[in-house]
Design a protein around this ligand. Sequence first.
Ligand code: BES
Ligand code: MN
Ligand code: ZN
Length: 496
Amino acid sequence: MEFSIKSGSPEKQRTACIVVGVCEPRKLTTAAKAIDSASKKYLSNLIRRGDIEGKLGQSLLLHNVPGMLCDRVLLVGCGKERDLDERQYRKIIENSIKQLNTTGANDAVSYLSELNVKGRDHNWKISRAVEFTNHVLYEFKEFKSKNKRSTKTLKKITLTVPSRRELPSGDKAAKIGNSLSKGVKLARDLGNRPANVCTPSYLASQAQQLAKTYKTLKVKVLDEAAMKKLEMNSLLSVSRGSAEPAKLITFEYYGGKKDSKPVVLVGKGVTFDTGGISIKPSPAMDEMKYDMCGAASVFGTMSAIADMGLPVNVVGVVPAVENMPSSTATKPGDIFTSMSGQTIEVLNTDAEGRLILCDALSYSERFNPAAVVDIATLTGACVMALGSHATGLLSNHNPLAKDLLNAGETAGDRAWQLPLWDEYQQQIDSPFADMANIGGREAGTITAACFLSRFTKKFHWAHLDIAGTAWISGKNKCATGRPVSLLTQYLLDHAE
Ligand code: BES
Ligand code: MN
Ligand code: ZN
């Protein structure tokens, strides 16, 4: 979708549709009042007749409103003004776009970015409006044979700011929203692609493609021989059973000061997780194509910051593997020496995410990181604990955890912290190796993080468990692009 920023009153706009809010109960917003006076009380009369209460989710499409230069006016219910927080704003924007899409309008001028959202400024409202709009309009039709032509006609949306003074900052905010949207779309597309297409080699080639689009992005791909030299035996133990060779992809983006240490993002890239010899049950196993959504979020975030030209230093590390059972696959009880030198007894081959992440985390040391954040669809236990609304967050450095939690609030892509206390560490003791790769039935998300914490002692580190948030199940099954928005916001905050 194409966006632009404008100021000026609604009665002067020549457009296919003007979008304005009505709050509950029957309260016209500023822009709606302007239309009301230009149209000699057309709106207040209609509201008096009870056609729209202003409830969230309501809408009313009007044609030929007197005194207006536009073809249509779309009234959008905004709910109670004093409840208007980030989530309500998102619903308002989403509803307005869904309604607009059912009309024949090619373009629209929306005044919804002038609503008062508690604690949020204009820039926030503009960039989020761009992000939320692109998010609801997303479709994944790459694998539909008859490219069912979309009947949607909406091409361009103009967002408004109250005066000319806000135009430059509004433009900048729209650009940020646009770059972010592209990153989110990339993450969703990669997630949605089936595992017979989206293999570790495919991810590597997509990374190289991204480096062609953005000259500021440097990409390197290590093959299995190179990983063997680095003694990444834990990572390689996972891909042993697969015909698809493992890849270690790194992105380097140095947009910040020469001497400032980079933030390193490490994303779990299991392109399909069968569980290996500890094979998963069949129902819903198709969803394990999404087990590379952590990796996809690193792709999306790297793309977003490169598109913005953000002044920060960021490195992305993506261990990419396929987890399959076969005669060469790892067996329960097998022991491997990780890159760190610590030995691991693999009691369950389905706890493979931590096995690839631990070597990727050790590898991150070489970038001399300011902080390392890993992102992984790591545990079913996280879905049990937090459901699909919050990403799980665990960290060895509280200020880093707070920054990420805050970024999640701003982005509407929230995380919730779980404890990483020492008491949990003993659950992954092994009689044979330095540690086991599973910690029993209790606190599965925490013991998985405990495992990772043994490889992150040399830097500030946070772990994001996105098992519940990376995609939605059911008949509208789709990757969400989470947590690209959180990560990009964290880097935007970090750049200041
Ligand atoms: N990729 C899965 C985690 C997962 C499961 C994410 C379902 C989203 C939905 C991970 O590799 C896994 O299998 N984890 C195991 C760990 C267990 C064996 C300790 C799990 O959560 O069951
Ligand atoms: Mn698994
Ligand atoms: Zn997995």
